[in-house]
Design a protein around this ligand. Structure first.
Ligand code: NA7
Length: 544
């Protein structure tokens, strides 16, 4: 059984960045990674067209100016293979790999209250003990796949976008079906359409999307950004979602219709996700949101020539941004091809799979390959996959049965010496997640080093603090339109999941200030104990 000061679970961006931060603080750490490769979601989501919809320069680490200067992104929005290369480069460049155990899927982590130690078992029976357990399991990393009647009888191949096989899939001469029209489905559609004999996109909910305006990065642009990278990072850290965009100052309905149109038109072409901040109230006020939504519906409509198809592909059941929109590279245009069809499975649901394909109530779609691009059990799904047992034998799943409870998105009461990165209660999926990861990783590393220096055996979030923060997260969400529709922000993506808003919507800057304040107040909201609570209790009982 190996002992390490901190055990990190997950070798994606969060796990590797946390490992780096801890090492800088002189804290030993090992990362346990279930896969045989590092990279997290960027290792698993290898589907054609997979790409980040945050710009390359900003979807990257800021801790090393040498790294910033030497890495050359090739396009405005990075592809999955390029991000995976970047992650591998970082691991080699900073010698992180030797602290990573691959093929180590954590099955159970249990807290020993007497020793104040986490004991971790992997699926192959290996064991570790650690003082601190750091969960870096991702936000959109526990895939959610449907189970249709007859699915096992399908004679073709079923592929899940989030666990895409390593070997290349040849779509030529194949009849392909994609189920799901979130970012993953929208990204892969135009790419697969190019080679498949026929492609059917099965849509349940139409989604908003903006054109990505992707382009190769020129040497001039590369040099321009690198000359002022620190300034750019500062702007990013101080923007609401860590994307560098500042919200417009004037409210939507305070300007004339012409000015409104001009402002929306300008950001539509230049900003990607920044479109949501054209006016400060687009995600806060229904009237303002209706204006932005109507504008986008019109824009999406202009990309679809066939009126019947337009009616189906343009969303009409929720406001822009209340669910995660997409940034696409030719999704709507793909439907103009002769080999691409839409199947509206809201109107005509999937009844069953047969050996030949998918049957809806209007007939059979003969298929050779079916792709599930059906999303994730978001934010809490991956955290609840291993059995995590805290004090008094309580599991994390039991503790969070009615929704996640966290002090500042950092930790939860009853689970001493356990923290999570970019989890519920933090900006998480509402932010450029790398900004959130770096912020927390450095904060945790400093905290863990300080507690080590001060001889603290145990730190634990208090119930009062986590109740207050969780209520505050809900209250901030109520100031927005995010609870107006079901989404993976609020548990609406999984039947039976508690419907609570999970990420913190107050922005990365405000979140950082809260973290700083917590540390400045001697880790307010945490109990710091020089000896484990259980030992103290035993001693008190002996003295009594
Ligand atoms: P999303 O955005 O959660 O999209 C999942 C899609 O799959 C969405 O259109 C769902 O429709 C659809 N879905 C889910 N379950 C079903 C079933 N049972 N039948 C039919 N359709 C279904 O996940 P993505 O992977 O596309 O995007 C996540 C990415 O966003 C992530 O990789 C980051 O890049 C950011 P619904 O809306 O639920 O009706």
């Amino acid at each position: 059984m190996a002992f390490v000061e901190t055990l990190i679970v997950g070798a994606g961006l969060a796990g590797l960045r946390s490992l780096y931060a801890l090492r800088e603080q002189g804290v030993s750490a090992t990362v346990l990674e279930a896969s045989d490769e590092i990279g997290g979601v960027w290792n698993h989501n290898r589907y054609p067209g997979a790409r980040c919809d945050v710009e390359s320069f900003d979807y990257s680490f800021s801790f090393s100016s040498e790294l910033e200067q030497e890495w050359r992104w090739s396009e405005r929005y990075p592809t999955q293979p390029e991000i995976l290369r970047y992650i591998n480069h970082v691991a080699d460049r900073f010698d992180l790999r030797r602290h990573v155990e691959l093929n180590a899927r954590v099955e159970e982590a249990a807290y020993d209250e007497q020793q104040a130690l986490w004991s971790v078992v992997t699926s192959d029976g290996r064991r570790w003990t650690a003082k601190v357990l750091m969960l870096c399991l991702g936000q959109l990393s526990a895939p959610k796949t449907p189970a249709y009647p007859g699915q096992d009888s399908f004679a073709g191949q079923i592929i899940v976008s989030a666990t895409w096989p390593r070997e290349a899939i040849d779509f030529s001469g194949k009849r392909v079906g994609i189920i799901g029209t979130g970012s993953s489905g929208m990204q892969m559609t135009p790419v697969i359409a190019e080679t498949a004999e026929h492609l059917t996109v099965f849509q349940r909910t139409a989604n908003y999307s903006l054109p990505a305006a992707n382009a190769p990065l020129t040497d001039e642009e590369d040099a321009r950004v690198k000359a002022n990278y620190a300034e750019r990072r500062e702007q990013i850290r101080n923007s609401p979602s860590g994307l560098g965009f500042r919200p417009g100052k004037v409210r939507t309905l305070e300007v004339s219709a012409d000015e409104r149109e001009a402002a929306l038109e300008k950001s539509y072409h230049r900003l990607g996700f920044g479109f949501a901040l054209t006016f400060p109230d687009i995600l806060l006020d229904e009237e303002a949101n209706a204006v932005a939504s109507e504008f986008l519906r019109r824009k999406m409509g202009e990309r679809i020539a066939d009126p019947a198809l337009r009616e189906k592909l343009v969303p009409n059941d929720h406001g822009f941004g209340t669910r995660r929109p997409s940034v696409d590279g030719g999704y709507f245009e793909a439907f103009a091809r002769d080999n691409v069809d839409l199947a509206d499975i809201r109107e005509h649901p999937i009844r069953e799979f047969t050996p030949e394909g998918i049957r809806t109530d209007v007939g059979l779609h003969p298929l050779d390959i079916v792709i599930f691009a059906t999303g994730f059990d978001a934010i809490t799904g991956a955290l609840l996959k291993p059995r995590i047992v805290g004090r008094d034998g309580q599991t994390l799943a039991e503790k969070w049965a009615d929704g996640p409870l966290t002090q500042l998105g950092l930790a939860t009461a009853g689970f001493p010496n356990m923290v999570m990165v970019a989890g519920p209660g933090s900006p998480s999926v509402l932010s450029n997640v790398i900004v959130s990861i770096e912020e927390q990783a450095d904060w945790y590393a400093a905290m863990i080093a300080k507690l080590k220096a001060d001889g603290i055996a145990e730190f634990e979030a208090t119930e009062a603090a986590e109740r207050a923060w969780t209520d505050y997260v809900q209250q901030r969400a109520k100031e927005t339109l995010y609870m107006k529709t079901n989404s993976f922000y609020n548990g609406g993506e999984v039947a039976g999941k508690p419907r609570v808003f999970m990420p913190y919507s107050g922005g990365v800057r405000h979140y950082r200030l809260q973290l700083q304040q917590c540390a400045a107040d001697d880790y307010a909201g945490f109990e710091l104990r020089s000896a484990p609570a259980a030992q103290q209790a035993t001693k008190q009982a002996e003295h009594a």
